[in-house]
Design a protein around this ligand. Structure first.
Ligand code: PT1
Length: 282
């Protein structure tokens, strides 16, 4: 059980995190919550409600695109995008709200607005992030990234990618503990696509059990990412079948949470794995 503000998440079976981007420019679903140039909170609520009905236990709300090559966004702009939607969803839906941010001020305000989880692709390494996250009392997902979104795919290089990601995450766990964020509040994520070649991503998926062995729930986000495009020659709109395959391979290797744009399809795929897994327990 992971305690997320007023709600608790049962992690005995893998669960689904649905992605909701409030950015005009996200790689897979950018701009879909906009009417003209204006972000529409009601469109966001409809999307959120659909995802909950389809089986999402968590919704991950983001206001900064972190896909390869993305430019940074001003924290004030990010807050303006994210906070109204967090408030609206918290008031209307029974779901844990995760906020995908590295901005300390947004962490603080999101917790006030009803968020139940913080998801930081920079693993709280930014100025003031550890302190802000600690003060919210919320669980935190620590993700590995090499470099920053603008340049991370230039020439990713590792001697042993699984070891290096694992050691990085262990250092971030220690930093969290030093700042009063206990292990019970932490989730880990290898950060697929964040400063990794296709081969690095595949090695990380194959080596996922060694991250799971650290004893914290592992979150995996592979949905529609460019490694699929590079391997199979598919553009973003044609990456669902491979994303589903990868999701099942990740839960088979111990992933606790699957972050996806396609909640209904991913919930079906994971449900088949769960059914088979329960047979094995008998
Ligand atoms: C993720 C993740 C995230 N991914 C967590 N948060 C994104 N915890 C945003 C590509 O190669 O995996 N885990 N927040 C989206 N980032 C990317 C990265 C999108 C790479 C696309 C690519 O296409």
């Amino acid at each position: 059980m992971l305690s997320c503000a007023g709600r608790s998440l049962d992690l005995t079976h893998p669960i689904i995190m649905g992605v909701i981007n409030t950015t005009p420019d996200s790689f897979a679903d950018g701009g879909t919550l906009y009417r003209g140039s204006q972000l529409d909170v009601e469109l966001g609520l409809v999307r959120a409600s659909d995802m909950v009905m389809q089986g999402a236990a968590i919704l991950d709300i983001g206001g900064e695109s972190t896909r390869p090559g993305a430019a940074p966004v001003a924290p004030a702009e990010e807050m303006d995008r994210v906070l109204p939607l967090v408030e609206r969803i918290a008031a209307e839906l029974e779901v844990v709200i995760s906020v995908d941010t590295s901005a300390p001020a947004l962490m603080t305000e999101a917790a006030r607005a009803g968020a139940g989880l913080l998801n930081d692709v920079r693993a709280l390494a930014g100025e003031g992030a550890l302190e802000a996250a600690a003060a919210t009392g919320l669980p935190v997902c620590l993700m590995h990234m090499r470099g920053d979104p603008g340049t991370m795919q230039t020439a990713p290089d590792y001697t042993d990618v699984v070891c290096e990601v694992s050691e990085f995450l262990q250092r971030r766990i220690s930093a969290c503990e030093t700042h009063g964020i206990s292990r019970e509040r932490l989730l880990l994520d290898p950060g697929f696509g964040f400063g990794k070649s296709v081969e690095h991503n595949l090695l990380l998926l194959q080596g996922l059990p060694s991250l799971v062995a650290l004893g914290l729930p592992v979150l995996v986000g592979l949905s529609r990412k460019s490694l699929i495009g590079k391997m199979l020659g598919r553009d973003v709109a044609q990456r669902l079948p491979a994303s589903l395959g990868l999701a099942v391979l990740a839960v088979e290797r111990g992933a606790a949470i699957i972050r996806t744009h396609d909640v209904a399809a991913t919930a079906d795929a994971v449900a088949m794995w769960v059914a088979l897994n329960e047979l094995g327990d008998k």
